[in-house]
Write a protein that binds this ligand. Sequence first.
Ligand code: GDD
Ligand code: MN
Length: 382
Amino acid sequence: MGIVESKADVSGGAVQGNPGSNAAELSVILPSFNEAANIPILVDLLDTALVDVAWEAIVVDDNSPDGTTEVARNIARSDPRVRVIRRIGRRGLSGACIEGILASSAPYVAVMDADLQHDETLLPKMLAEIKQDDTDLVVASRKVDGGEIGEGLSSFRTWGSNVANGLAQKLLNVTLKDPMSGFFMVRREKAEEIAPRLSPQGFKILLDLVSSANGALKIKELPFTFRERQHGESKLDTLVTLDYFGLLLAKYFGDVVSVRFLMFGLVGASGLVVHLIALRMFILGDFSFNLAQTAASFVAMTSNFFLNNQLTYRDRRLRGVGALIGLLTFYAVCSVGVLANVGVANLIYADPAYWWLAGTAGAVMGAVWNYAASSALTWRRS
Ligand code: GDD
Ligand code: MN
């Protein structure tokens, strides 16, 4: 009897939260990179804001050099509501959030910056909203009435954030007012369904979540004021912005091509320009054409390697000897890529009128080969 009862409890409690246990009803995911000074303050604030809620916090730290992991673990030692995930060899806000969400077993998960810029007192209101049957996702929005950017962003960032929002709304048909917000709460089962389609790079987890759900999420937006950062500094940089436009394009094209491949293609295109400039210079320098062409290829491959290492694969960036070995494998991969390129072009080049088709097919084949082979060899997952 007792067993039957407890079984019923477990299944009934899966969604509702089991009153008999102290399982969390809400997991607050705190992605962090160099937030050692902020985490202890934030945990205290959560404790105050969520007095009536069974909550837990999951700090997802990318091995911050300032010791954020240690600071969070120290808190966890005396407060079992705090858990820590330390990721090594990886960077990325979106990826950290996804991992935190997937580490939760609570029915509801919130994602919130760990730098005190997000107003934790909004969490109980978000929880009340999401418990309504008609809501899967609650977004804390700086753009609905009553919400504000406050002192949180410089005027340049505010402008950039508006442009990014406008583009997202136009390209992806996302009706969210603030798709760039990093503060939201979602039903875990919904997030879990969508998780395999999410991109771990960059900052745009919310936009990715909403656009990957293809309209299946019932969304509410609540206003909040973005606070100014007190300790540490922002990690949103030009690369993050580039990556965001990459996501917009990839989603716009229906996910047929990945953000990484797009970035790889852009770098490849820049390589062509580099190649032509180098070729011109070598020819002016009295090299024979063949020699000039070979030398220019090496210059372009080298430039592509470093750009890809910096941009396309920044989450797997090679350093020191690793970068040197990577460069050599990249040369090898690209040399085979040229063969693939010429081979395919030759196959198609039957009718001279369609030289451009043959040339393009060859170049695409070469790019696909370079991409596939370099991600498997040069920037393979460690
Ligand atoms: N684990 C992990 N890995 N966390 C990271 C990383 C990373 O690579 N990069 C940033 N974070 C954490 C920070 O430590 C912070 O807790 C949170 O993610 C937000 O990062 P900030 O660097 O403070 O971002 P921001 O304040 O400039 O940007 C905010 O506004 C943007 C829109 O204007 C964030 O809320 C963004 O999510 C939002 O898109
Ligand atoms: Mn911030």
